[in-house]
Design a protein around this ligand. Structure first.
Ligand code: BGC
Length: 445
């Protein structure tokens, strides 16, 4: 009862940066899992993450919706009604709160806010405002992503991030969203994994070829000479355009309303060197550093999103050791990846870290529980060594649409019946609750 009367507030940016909010938990009594030592502090934002496109369903004005439908698509199946989260958000948010989380990460979908260029949907604005209010009513600090991969179809057809006008289009959306939602946001990131294209190309330099037909078909469907989504274009040029947009977006959003911590999230692996670290260091510099430095220059936190490790020898990537096993995404099961990635991100960016995504694709929930225990234990090692980690979000809250891989990889703490959309929390959801800091959160203004 008391719990429901409490209201979360925006985290104070000054308090966040000076670490005062973090200290509040340093003295908190923690619900320790059997293996936890009493002296360690846990991160203070404790949540689960989602994205709009992957859960809401029927995102018909998004670029990816079209890419799913065209001949030559690389998507295994259609997203369709997804988890029907656009309709079920109030129940889902209440469910997240009942699992003892104190924060909930989701994205605002640009293609819903601005379905056609220059046309604003007031219904969508009211919808996301209500989602934010629902988080506060349930004592969950909303962690908002302004752009989680999917963009409006019209943006892709005008050249996406390859177009010289891209930043101006995006900035207008940021300004409108910040004005409409800022007073209700607790923490936010501008982009989700803007470095993902580079990371994928590093792992598989030929992966772009498969997309050519799909993109040509999408351009044709839009009667446009081009169609460019988040995984297309020259990665170097797109990165430069997005970094410049990030700097401007930071200022636009920072000018208010709301004074919440604003950062970036990056797609990372825990990059471990076998022997001479030079090749590994080169990889890190190439894939992360431009963004880590951009965040260091202007950013309140760096969001680390990590699922596995990657081994690099003097001549390039080395396969996982014999005896290791793969998740259903085909990635090595290696929960400790979170520790190494946080250490690197913190050391280069010199910003506080929030683990904005970490999780595992598996049909076996015992494996997920094992993953969570080991990941948190490794995170605690980093915290004990003084790495400034302010939060942990498990990916994902719900089993959801895993982009090109479709619905098969199950990453959720909660299963969703594809027909009835009935939600069933898995034991891993309760495990996360048990690891959560017990003391109520105190949000500072
Ligand atoms: C993305 C999520 C995705 C997850 C697992 C991250 O790259 O931010 O949208 O579902 O990884 O594949």
């Amino acid at each position: 009862m008391t719990r429901h009367r409490q209201r979360t507030k925006a985290l104070s940016r000054r308090g966040f940066l000076s670490g005062t909010t973090c200290n509040l938990l340093a003295s908190a009594s923690l619900a320790h899992a059997e293996h936890h030592s009493a002296s360690l502090t846990l991160p203070f934002l404790w949540g689960a993450a989602t994205s709009g496109y992957q859960t809401e369903g029927n995102s018909t004005n998004a670029d990816i919706w079209l890419l799913e439908q065209v001949n030559g698509t690389i998507f295994k199946e259609h997203s369709g009604s997804a988890d029907d989260f656009y309709a079920c958000y109030r129940q889902d948010i209440a469910l997240a709160a009942s699992l003892g989380l104190n924060s909930f990460r989701f994205s605002i979908e640009w293609s819903r806010i601005e379905p056609e260029q220059g046309t604003i949907s007031h219904e969508a604005i009211a919808h996301y405002q209500d989602m934010l209010r629902a988080c506060h009513e349930n004592n969950l600090a909303p962690c908002v992503t302004y752009s989680h991969f999917a963009c409006p179809r019209w943006f892709a057809a005008s050249g996406g991030w390859e177009s010289p006008d891209a930043a101006d289009h995006f900035l207008r959306y940021c300004e409108l969203s910040s004005r409409s939602f800022g007073h209700l946001i607790s923490v936010a990131s501008v982009f989700n994994e803007p470095n993902l294209h580079k990371l994928i190309l590093h792992a598989n330099p030929l992966s772009d070829r498969a997309k050519t037909t799909m993109l040509a078909q999408a351009a044709r469907a839009c009667h446009s000479p081009t169609f460019s989504y988040y995984l297309s274009g020259d990665p170097q040029r797109v990165e430069a355009a997005m970094i410049s947009a990030w700097r401007r977006a930071y200022d636009v959003i920072r000018s208010g309303p709301g004074q919440y911590p604003l950062g970036l999230t990056l797609a990372m692996t825990d990059d471990q060197a076998i022997g001479d670290p030079a090749a590994r260091d080169h990889k890190r510099a190439e894939i992360y550093d431009a963004w880590l430095y951009a965040c260091r220059e202007k950013g309140d936190f760096i969001g680390v999103q990590v699922y596995t490790r990657s081994l690099t020898g003097p001549h390039g990537t080395v396969p996982p050791p014999a005896g290791s096993h793969s998740t259903t995404m085909g990635w090595e099961f290696y929960p400790e990846c979170v520790e190494g990635a946080c250490r690197y991100a913190a050391s280069v960016s010199q910003r506080p870290v929030i683990v904005t995504e970490n999780g595992v694709a598996t049909d076996n929930d015992s494996e997920r529980q094992d993953y969570i225990r080991r990941a948190i234990t490794s995170l605690e090692r980093a915290v004990a060594d003084g790495i400034d980690i302010r939060g942990y979000y498990h990916w994902s809250f719900l089993d959801s649409f895993e982009w090109a891989a479709g619905y098969r990889p199950l990453m959720g703490l909660i299963s969703v019946d594809p027909k009835t959309k009935k939600r069933t929390p898995k034991p891993s959801a309760f495990l996360l609750r048990n690891l959560c800091p017990k003391k109520s959160m105190i949000w500072q203004l």
